[in-house]
Ligand binder design. Structure first.
Ligand code: F6P
Length: 531
């Protein structure tokens, strides 16, 4: 198939982009009072506002042509049929099968096991080795075996069960485990060792140290009552010493960064209760249905993907800030960094050739309003063009009087200011009105160029259902961009190289091998920490 950037539709979109290059967003709003209505899309009670993106209503159909040209519907069909679309690892990509209304037998069996386990822990039927109930769960995992349930546990703080705490440890830096264990009692603590491969260095080291911590106080025999595992490698789980009856399986057709819906979600299910975990699955299922059936111009994941394509390949933007105006959703940018950058941070296509156009911009972000007092200065006056993504909720998850309205006012103010900017004339008029009069040398400092594009997504509330739909929205956006760029979004070879080198350096750092075969800087650094 011809890559989309070699098609007449691409050239057409390039000419269109060229025509818009010097038009300021403020002008676009002035010239079209219907702009918001024409460039905002609703799905149920959600609103996706694209009117502050640097495009016009006529742009979207031009971009939507790529949906058919790249055959996104055909790739969706392949994914759902279980074809091995992760071709470099020869695997199917079936995370959507984890949240079907009537899941396949193997999925249903693990969901039933999770339901029973949650019920046993919450009812105090599952007890520790000394007969005491479990009050604290520590999930040990990293990347996809950490970020999804960690982000969702924080996001659903308002829905967590009281009197029961879930903690997350990921970093191999001992500070992560040591500080988490401070204040925990081994007799009331249960560890979940979550690793798809059960070989990841960080997780294995943290698991071994956690086991030693527990066994020091309760003895080795206690391990079986205090350790469970989530993995695709059940043989390795058994070799670690975890009773196979206490292992929760998932499958190689679930990518690590798409695994929240599998048993990797167990710590989340423990934190909010299994029924609410099922609501999360239902929300994702609703988004799946929408993605599979809606035409591209009404399809939220498709629109997010097409606008990203526009910004990256036609406007040359190199960065996107994800800015949830929700403290609870504060880990979303970090979660999306793995979901989007590990999936699409690639330059070689499915045929082994260079993709031929820029792929995913750098993704970063922080919750508002905190970010406003940190990096927003650069967004407003730093001279770098980038796209922002604001996410807000109609209702507060913690409705303290006076807070939510201020949060929303700040969110909408920022996207408006980034869009409009402030002209010299406006600054002059403002200074003239000032009492006492402000000195005129301040004028250039108070000018804002504006024209900084953004998307705003408004959801009704942050609950398990809507969070599930939100995460699935981004999963399908990633899928769509993978198809548009003709990339395999489901492998991650770029992560392997660093792991390989770390393994070869470890014996040198431990002093078990001479410092040889490394570059001068690395040799010097190792020598410095060994001395
Ligand atoms: O970061 C690389 C990676 O392979 C991710 O894709 C994965 O989520 C993470 O490591 C953890 O892997 P595992 O679940 O096998 O421990």
């Amino acid at each position: 198939m011809t890559p989309i950037f070699n098609t007449p539709a691409w050239k057409h979109a390039e000419r269109h982009a060229h025509g818009l290059r010097d038009v300021h967003l403020r002008t676009l709003f002035e010239h079209d009072p219907t702009r918001f209505a024409r460039l905002s899309v609703r799905w149920n009670d959600w609103l996706l506002d694209l009117s502050k993106q640097r495009l016009v209503p006529e742009t979207l159909p031009l971009l939507a042509a790529f949906w058919e040209l790249a055959d996104v519907p055909g790739w969706i069909a392949k994914m759902r049929a279980g074809e091995h679309i992760n071709h470099t690892e020869d695997r199917a990509v079936l995370h959507v099968a984890l949240r079907e209304a009537k899941p396949r037998a193997e999925v249903a069996a693990v969901l039933a096991q999770m339901r029973q386990f949650c019920a046993d822990i919450h009812a105090g039927r599952w007890r520790g080795a000394t007969g005491e109930p479990i009050t604290d769960v520590v999930n040990i995992g990293i990347g996809g075996s950490d970020l999804g349930p960690r982000m969702a546990t924080q996001a659903l703080a308002a829905h967590r069960l009281p009197h029961f705490k879930v903690h997350y440890v990921a970093n191999v830096d001992g500070a992560d485990l040591a500080t988490t264990l401070q204040g925990l009692a081994p007799r009331n603590t249960l560890f979940i060792i979550a690793s798809k491969t059960f070989t990841t260095q960080e997780t294995m080291q943290n698991a071994a140290s956690a086991r030693a911590w527990l066994a020091r106080e309760l003895g080795d025999a206690a391990v079986s009552r205090h350790f469970v595992a989530v993995s695709t490698a059940l043989d390795k789980v058994a070799a670690f010493g975890i009773d196979p009856a206490n292992a929760f399986a998932f499958w190689d057709w679930v990518g690590g960064r798409f695994s929240l819906w599998s048993a990797i979600g167990l710590p989340l299910a423990l934190a909010i209760g299994f029924e609410k975990f099922e609501e999360l699955l239902a929300g994702a299922r609703a988004m799946d249905e929408h993605f599979f059936t809606a035409p591209p111009l009404e399809n939220l994941p498709a629109l997010l993907a097409l606008v990203e394509l526009w910004n990256a390949d036609f406007l040359g933007l190199q960065s996107r800030a994800v800015l949830p105006y929700s403290q609870s959703l504060g880990l979303l940018p970090r979660y999306l960094q793995q979901l989007e950058m590990e999936s699409l941070g690639k330059q070689i296509d499915r045929d082994g050739k260079p993709v031929g156009c820029p792929t995913l911009p750098i993704l970063w972000g922080e919750p508002g309003t905190n970010g406003q007092h940190a990096f927003y200065q650069l967004l407003h006056q730093g001279g770098r063009a980038l796209s922002c993504e604001f996410i807000a909720f109609k209702e507060a998850d913690f409705p303290l009087p006076g807070h939510h309205e201020k949060l929303l006012a700040n969110c909408f103010a920022q996207s408006a200011a980034l869009m409009k900017g402030k002209t010299r004339e406006e600054v002059e008029a403002e200074l003239e009105r000032a009492v006492p009069p402000a000195p005129s040398f301040l004028i250039p400092y108070k000018i804002f160029p504006g024209n900084q594009p953004s998307t705003t997504l408004i959801l009704p509330r942050l609950d398990p259902f809507h969070l599930g739909a939100l995460v699935a929205l981004y999963e399908h956006k990633v899928f769509t961009l993978g198809v548009l760029w003709h990339l395999n979004a489901f492998d991650q070879w770029g992560v392997e190289y660093g792991k390989q080198i770390a393994n070869s350096l470890l014996p040198m750092i431990e002093g078990k091998a001479p410092i040889t075969g490394v570059d001068g800087s690395t040799a010097g650094l190792i020598a410095a920490v060994r001395s």
